[in-house]
Design a protein around this ligand. Structure first.
Ligand SMILES: Cc1cc2nc3c(=O)[nH]c(=O)nc-3n(C[C@H](O)[C@H](O)[C@H](O)COP(=O)(O)O)c2cc1C
Length: 344
């Protein structure tokens, strides 16, 4: 089942395994340029058989960075690094899209902006003006156009993990009283406007994916949002956590609540849905696919530990299993800290 193709927009993805966005902190400079060759990094995962690669969180503007060593796509000069990456992934038969992000109140620097002035940590946070909202929309569109110019096959808009778009969709953060706050339709407006504007700018044949941060605060709202995303022409949903994803009522099942939420969104729409979290053993992926619980399975840390994860899963060979380091993934500190770094 892993080895079954799937159609996403005009692309046939050769199997059901996706590499989700995994930001490589400290592997870029402060201007958004790589300091570690992403052509090699992603090329190895493509060579290892992974059908769909989602390139790590890449900032649409300098102030929208989630870290000061994050890749950027806010200048034309950034395009060549992604051209190289796209070419190496394509040479190995992978479809490759890039995740675009604005971090909002989780951004770099002492002064940040968001859907409200509720701040995190010691940052000074400002509620966004109408002009700042329009600028963010333009920045997302420009970055998507550059992604297309680089030869990438699509974009994933980051609407999860508490970054800017989550800060708009979440009732817990968004306290606006204009057309971007209050009702559910108003809170979804910014994401939907951005996706619609991107589609207009890049045309029909460019994959438009949304990383949906769910249970934020309820799954009922997510189901509605998922249907809306499908209606406006999003091609693919990649389900992960939102800001308030900790009060979920779920049946007794053997996989993570985040994975479960993906399987629930799968029931709601006809476009392909990806689920994620803690998939280390191919049997877990097979279970989800064979039981018709999901379209695609994303393997994150597993693909860091073993770039050949997908080919080995298909051939039933032994995989380098990710240790899921505690208290947190050591790759987050720096890729070179990962116990499997030598196999990178
Ligand atoms: C080192 C690291 C970097 C990550 N970077 C991103 C990112 O850039 N964008 C994103 O949406 N999620 C990011 N995530 C979350 C992953 O995409 C994925 O959802 C998570 O690791 C769970 O999948 P896994 O259990 O297969 O690793 C990151 C996770 C890790 C461990």
């Amino acid at each position: 089942m892993i080895n079954r193709p799937i159609q996403i927009n005009k692309y046939e993805v050769k199997n059901r395994i996706a590499m989700p966005a995994l930001v490589c902190f400290h592997w870029a400079d402060q201007e958004g340029f790589e300091t570690y060759d992403r052509g090699v990094h992603y090329g190895k995962r493509a060579k290892g058989g992974t059908g769909l690669i989602i390139v790590e969180a890449t900032a649409i503007s300098k102030e929208g960075r989630l870290a000061d060593t994050e890749l950027g796509l806010w200048r034309d000069e950034h395009i060549p690094q992604f051209q190289k990456l796209a070419a190496s992934a394509h040479a190995e038969g992978a479809v490759v899209i890039i995740q675009l992000v604005h971090a909002g109140r989780q951004g770099v620097g002492p002064s940040v902006y968001s859907s409200s002035s509720a701040s995190l940590a010691e940052k000074e946070c400002h509620a966004m003006s109408a002009e700042q909202i329009e600028q963010v929309k333009r920045d997302f569109v420009s970055a998507a156009i550059r992604a297309k110019q680089a030869g990438l096959d699509g974009v994933e808009i980051h609407g999860a993990h508490g970054y800017l778009l989550s800060q708009f969709t979440s009732k817990e953060v968004n306290d606006r009283s204009d057309q971007y706050g209050g009702s559910l339709d108003n809170r979804l407006r910014l994401s939907l406007d951005i996706l619609t504007a991107i589609r207009e700018a890049v045309g029909k044949e460019f994959i438009l994916c949304y990383r949906l941060g769910v249970n934020d605060p309820t799954m009922e709202e997510d189901r509605y949002f998922a249907r809306k995303l499908e209606q406006i022409g999003v091609d693919l949903l990649n389900v992960s956590s939102g800001i308030g994803a900790n009060n979920l009522e779920m049946p007794e099942i053997s996989y993570d609540p985040i994975t479960y939420m993906g399987t629930e969104i799968y029931k709601e729409v006809d476009i392909p849905v990806i689920c994620v979290f803690g998939i280390r053993d191919p049997k877990q992926a097979e279970y989800l696919l064979e039981n018709d619980l999901i379209d695609m399975v994303a393997v994150g840390r597993g693909l860091l530990a073993d770039p050949e994860w997908t080919n080995k899963a298909i051939a039933k060979d032994k995989i380098n299993i990710c240790y899921h380091c505690k208290p947190r993934c050591r790759y987050v500190i720096d890729g070179r800290e990962c116990p499997w770094y030598s196999s990178f």
